[in-house]
Write a protein that binds this ligand. Structure first.
Ligand code: NDP
Length: 299
C-alpha cells in the first residue's frame, strides 16, 4: 500500500473471524485498477460491543463505506441510519455506504447472486422454480433477490423449520403471485427434483470433508446448482454431485465477486464507472492460490 497518505479514503470489512476473507485482496486490486486513492482493511471484531464501537469510530473517520460479514449482518441493521428496502426484507445488510455523515445499509449478496447466475450460467430466474437450502442471512438475501427477479416458485429448505417460517413470514407481504413454501430436508425431494435452480445457502461445504447437503440422486442434468460456499481447495460435495449428473454448477466465488463489485459501484456512485469484475475475480483466485502454495487453508 505504498500510496497511502493523509488523504487516503478508507473502506473495509467488519466480521469475526476474518482470516479467511478474500475481500481485502479483491478490493485493493480493483481500487488500484480504478485509480482511486482508497484502501480496504479487515476490521475483525469479536463481539457486538466491539461492533458498536467500531461503527461509532467509522462515523468519525474518512470511510466511504464498509462490508459486513458473519456474524453481524443482522446486528448492523440497527446501527444504520437508513436501510434499503431489499436489505430490510432480507433482514441482512452486507454493505454500508457512508454518505454525508449517514450510514446507509444495502444487501448486495442478493444482487451478486443474480448477477453471477446471469454472467456465469446465463440463468434468469423469472418464471423458474428454485430451492434454497438454508434460512440464514445469505438465504434471506437470495430469497429477496429471487422474489424481485420474479421466480415462479421458491422453496426454502432448512434444518430449523421455524427459522425458515420466520423468513417466509417476513416476506409474506412481498411475495405477490410467487408460490413460496418451506420444508424440512426429509420432505424436500419433490421440490428439489422439480427445481430449475438449487442454491446452497448453508454453511455445509465450508469445511473439508463436509457431506453433500442433499442426496445426489435428487439432482439432474437440466438444473443449475449454485453453492454459495467459496474459496475451498477442492469443489464442495454439492458441486461435485452436480457435476457428476451433468448439471450446470457454480461455486460461490462469482457471487462473492459480484456482491463486492456492486458494493464498490454503490460507494463510487458519482463516478458512473462500472467496477471491473474480472480484476476482482483474478485477485480472489490469486489470493486462494497464494494461500494454498503457502500451505495455509484458503478458509
Ligand atoms: P448463517 O449462519 O446466517 O446461516 C447458516 C445456515 O446454514 C442456516 O440455515 C443453518 O441452518 C444452516 N446449517 C449450518 N450447519 C448445518 C448443518 N450441519 N446441516 C444443515 N444446515 C446447516 O450463515 P450465512 O447465511 O451468512 O452464510 C451461509 C453460507 O453462505 C456460508 O457458507 C457463507 O460463506 C456463504 N455466503 C457466501 C456468499 C458469497 O458471496 N458467495 C455471501 C454470503 C454468504 P439452521 O438454521 O437449521 O441452523
Amino acid at each position: 500500500m505504498a500510496g497511502i497518505n493523509g488523504g487516503t479514503t478508507l473502506a473495509g470489512v467488519i466480521g469475526w473471524p476474518l482470516g479467511h476473507s478474500l475481500s481485502p485482496a479483491m478490493h485493493n486490486a480493483v481500487y488500484a485498477e480504478l485509480g482511486v486513492d482508497w484502501v480496504y482493511v479487515p476490521l475483525a471484531v469479536p463481539d457486538e460491543v466491539g461492533l458498536r464501537r467500531v461503527v461509532a469510530a467509522i462515523r468519525s473517520l474518512p470511510f466511504v463505506g464498509f462490508n459486513v460479514t458473519m456474524p453481524y449482518k443482522a446486528a448492523i441493521l440497527d446501527l444504520c441510519d437508513e436501510v434499503a428496502t431489499a436489505a430490510q426484507m432480507a433482514g441482512a445488510v452486507n454493505t454500508v455506504h457512508c454518505s454525508d455523515g449517514r450510514l446507509i445499509g444495502y444487501n448486495t449478496d442478493g444482487r451478486g447472486l443474480l448477477e453471477a447466475l446471469e454472467r456465469d450460467a446465463g440463468f434468469d430466474p423469472a418464471g423458474k422454480s428454485v430451492v434454497i437450502l438454508g434460512a440464514g442471512g445469505a438465504a434471506g438475501g437470495a430469497f429477496v433477490a429471487l422474489i424481485l427477479a420474479r421466480a415462479e416458485r421458491i422453496t426454502i429448505v432448512n434444518r430449523d423449520i421455524s427459522r425458515a417460517e420466520q423468513l417466509l413470514d417476513r416476506m409474506a407481504a412481498n411475495t405477490g403471485r410467487i408460490d413460496v413454501a418451506v420444508c424440512s430436508y426429509s420432505d424436500a425431494e419433490k421440490a428439489i427434483r422439480e427445481a430449475d435452480l438449487v442454491i446452497n445457502a448453508t454453511s455445509i461445504g465450508m469445511r473439508p470433508g463436509d457431506p453433500c447437503p442433499i442426496p445426489a440422486q435428487w439432482l439432474s442434468s437440466t438444473q443449475v446448482v449454485l453453492d454459495m460456499v467459496y474459496g475451498t481447495v477442492e469443489p464442495t460435495a454439492l458441486v461435485t454431485c452436480g457435476m457428476a449428473v451433468g448439471a450446470t454448477t457454480l461455486d460461490g466465488l462469482g457471487m462473492l465477486v459480484c456482491q463486492g463489485a456492486t458494493a464498490v459501484d454503490i460507494w463510487n456512485g458519482a463516478s458512473q464507472v462500472r467496477t471491473p469484475r474480472e480484476t476482482m475475480l483474478h485477485a480472489a483466485r490469486s489470493e486462494i492460490d497464494r494461500r494454498v502454495a503457502e500451505g495455509a487453508p484458503p478458509r
